[in-house]
Design a protein around this ligand. Structure first.
Ligand SMILES: Nc1ncnc2c1ncn2[C@@H]1O[C@H](COP(=O)(O)OP(=O)(O)O)[C@@H](O)[C@H]1O
Ligand SMILES: [Mg+2]
Length: 281
């Protein structure tokens, strides 16, 4: 389907050679264009494997991954898929390829042999999107961890991908760096970029429109953050951590306040507290 603008996982099974059990075992799901999806799950549940399958870096053992209708198994689609799905990794230091921020962000588009005016335009726009334009002449090694991750995002944005996949991009960052990356992702999502954020941090997952929980090779849950984190049976069965706002909401409910279900982020909590005191939020 040429007009398909999704990433479709069709009965996706993946086995590393020599391992007894598949890491992913029959996943059927669709990532829609423009959505902000968070993928959570315990260590070893296959989150990084899924990221690599979505980008075409790994091929399914069975089933299919279709990126905008292009099957990742077909070698003729490889370059096109790399252009459409960008992957940001965990370690900010492993993604630097040049000696100036601007050159680093230009590395991808230069490999596409785009005209230099177009590269300049794309790179400047991408650096503005991630809030690094003022640092464009700085050596990337001198950036903070969070800035390095935002630079990695800029380098991908300059390729104009349809989907950004980020594999625990904040796990090596301090709280400030973490917040900076999350703010950029929220901003990009607001502009219509499709974002797949793999994270073990439930507070980050609440920034997404939708959450997938991977467990024992299966897609164990798929829903909005509000529906997933307010379902006590699901939380218990999947041993999920709760976002801190939800823990606060539960504690307030324990004190007898009539707290509505599905409070997962600060905005929800501010609305609730303002309603409680009858003030406009
Ligand atoms: N290159 C590999 N070869 C063999 N097994 C692997 C390889 N990479 C990961 N695994 C195994 O696959 C499972 C899922 O790993 P991974 O996708 O990294 O999970 P997560 O990112 O959720 O922690 C783990 O049991 C891990 O040990
Ligand atoms: Mg991982």
């Amino acid at each position: 389907m040429v007009n398909d603008s999704t990433i479709a996982l069709r009965n996706l099974v993946f086995n590393y050679p020599g391992s007894e059990r598949p890491v992913l075992d029959g996943i059927n799901a669709v990532i829609k264009n423009g959505e902000f999806l968070a993928v959570v799950g315990p260590n070893g549940s296959g989150k990084s494997t899924l990221a690599r399958l979505i980008c075409g870096l790994l091929r399914p053992s069975q089933g299919q991954v279709l990126v905008e209708g292009l099957c990742t198994v077909d070698p003729r689609n490889r370059i096109e898929i790399r252009k459409r799905v960008g992957l940001v990794l965990q370690n900010p230091d492993n993604q630097i390829v040049a000696v100036r921020v601007e050159e680093d962000a230009a590395f991808g588009p230069e490999n596409l042999n785009l005209p230099s005016k177009e590269i300049h335009y794309r790179v400047n726009h991408a650096l503005e999107q991630v809030g690094l334009i003022h640092l464009k002449d700085r050596p990337p090694q001198l950036l903070s961890g969070g800035e390095k991750q935002r630079l990695a995002i800029a380098g991908l944005l300059a390729l104009r991908p349809s989907f950004l996949v980020l594999d625990e991009p904040t796990s090596m960052l301090d709280p400030l760096g973490r917040r900076g990356v999350l703010d950029v992702l929220r901003g990009l999502s607001g502009e219509g970029m499709s974002v797949v954020l793999i994270t073990h941090n439930m507070d980050e997952a609440t920034a997404a429109d939708r959450v997938w929980v991977l467990r024992d090779g299966k897609l164990a849950a798929d829903g909005t953050p509000g529906s997933i984190f307010s379902d006590p049976v699901m939380i218990r069965n999947l041993e999920l951590d709760l976002p801190w706002v939800t823990r606060l909401a539960n504690a307030l409910a324990g004190y007898g306040l009539n707290v509505p279900a599905g409070i997962v982020n600060t905005d929800d909590m501010v609305c609730f507290v303002c309603r409680l005191f009858k003030q406009p939020s």
